[in-house]
Design a binder for this molecule. Structure first.
Ligand code: CO8
Length: 273
């Protein structure tokens, strides 16, 4: 892994030396992962996904990292799972490979995942983006689940997460017709958090990641858990769950520090515990 001190004012990640499928660096308490298969528009093959999951897990355990930023390039966040890698496989081969186990590892990451998305976010790429918690998109980004055009359907959560994000009418349109959504549509439909001019999409995402990194790391993790619970349970159970998480935060030093700092009119100094 390389380390660096990227400034939040740059428009693209500064060059990194790692020549692998993902490029990594740390910038303060932000861990940055850049998908790096430019020749195939960052198509997601099992090796890349394993590296991505392993890096996310490593930073999830690392107290020095509070937030993970995942970026692609300006041309492509990721144009889907690697079609060449799947084209001739049998059902049993796909079953035995169990690629989705890797995606489950990303789903289990407790720290916030911020996505810096530009260009194509299609198929598995759109599904990977939907594993992230805050999505900063460039105004030229395009989103879709075009698997229908190659004789299949979404497999890494698209039918479930897209429907929850944008509702049945839009999800059916996108998944059954394979049409792409513009960044403006994606924002209006609730698929992405913010849309910014393309030249600022990366710096904006980094800025958001740094802003989050200044919060209490433990409060961030429990808040993320609470929001994700909303998609898994009933309202009553979700409210009960939220209350337990809320009470739990009163066992942290950060709760005392945060509230005392407010009363004393100073900035809090969070420790993440
Ligand atoms: N897989 C492999 N290679 C790809 C992929 C992909 N998903 N997308 C693009 N590429 C390659 C192209 O083959 C091309 O390679 P080459 O230069 O060697 O010909 C290169 O990237 C550049 O692509 P294009 O020349 O096509 O670029 P364009 O700007 O003309 O078009 C598009 C860009 C519209 C993004 C076009 O490339 C495209 O339609 N790509 C495929 C999109 C797609 O269908 N995605 C869904 C894939 S299936 C999937 O994601 C299922 C996920 C669920 C399971 C995951 C775990 C198993």
């Amino acid at each position: 892994m390389t380390t660096g001190t990227t400034s939040a004012t740059t428009t693209e990640p500064k060059p990194m030396t790692d020549a692998s499928l993902i490029l990594t660096e740390t910038d303060g308490a932000v861990g940055i992962i850049r998908l790096n298969r430019p020749k195939v528009l960052n198509a997601l093959n099992p090796e890349l996904m394993s590296m991505l999951a392993a890096q996310c897990e490593a930073w999830d355990k690392d107290p020095a990292i509070h937030v993970i930023l995942i970026a692609g390039s300006e041309r492509a966040w990721a144009a889907g799972a690697d079609i060449g890698d799947m084209a001739e496989r049998s059902a049993i081969e796909m079953y035995e490979r169990d690629q989705f186990a890797t995606w489950e590892r990303i789903k289990r990451v407790k720290k916030p995942l911020v996505a810096a998305v530009s260009g194509w976010a299609l198929g598995g790429g759109c599904e990977l983006m939907m594993h992230c918690d805050i999505v900063i998109a460039s105004e030229t980004a395009q989103f879709g689940q075009p698997e229908i055009n190659i004789g299949v359907m979404p497999g890494a959560g698209g039918t479930q997460r897209l429907s929850r994000a944008v509702g049945k009418a839009i999800a059916m349109d996108v998944i059954l017709s394979g049409r792409f959504l513009s960044a403006d549509e994606a924002y209006r439909f609730g698929l992405v958090s913010r849309v910014v001019p393309t030249e600022h999409y990366y710096s904006e995402a980094l800025k958001v990641a740094h802003a989050l990194a200044k919060k209490s790391s433990i409060a961030l993790r429990l808040a993320k858990e609470g929001v994700l619970k909303a998609f898994e349970t009933t309202l009553s159970e979700g409210l009960e769950y939220e209350r337990k998480l809320f009470y739990m935060l009163f066992a942290t030093e950060d709760q005392k520090e945060g509230m005392r700092a407010f009363v004393e009119k100073r900035r809090p100094d969070f420790k993440g515990r």
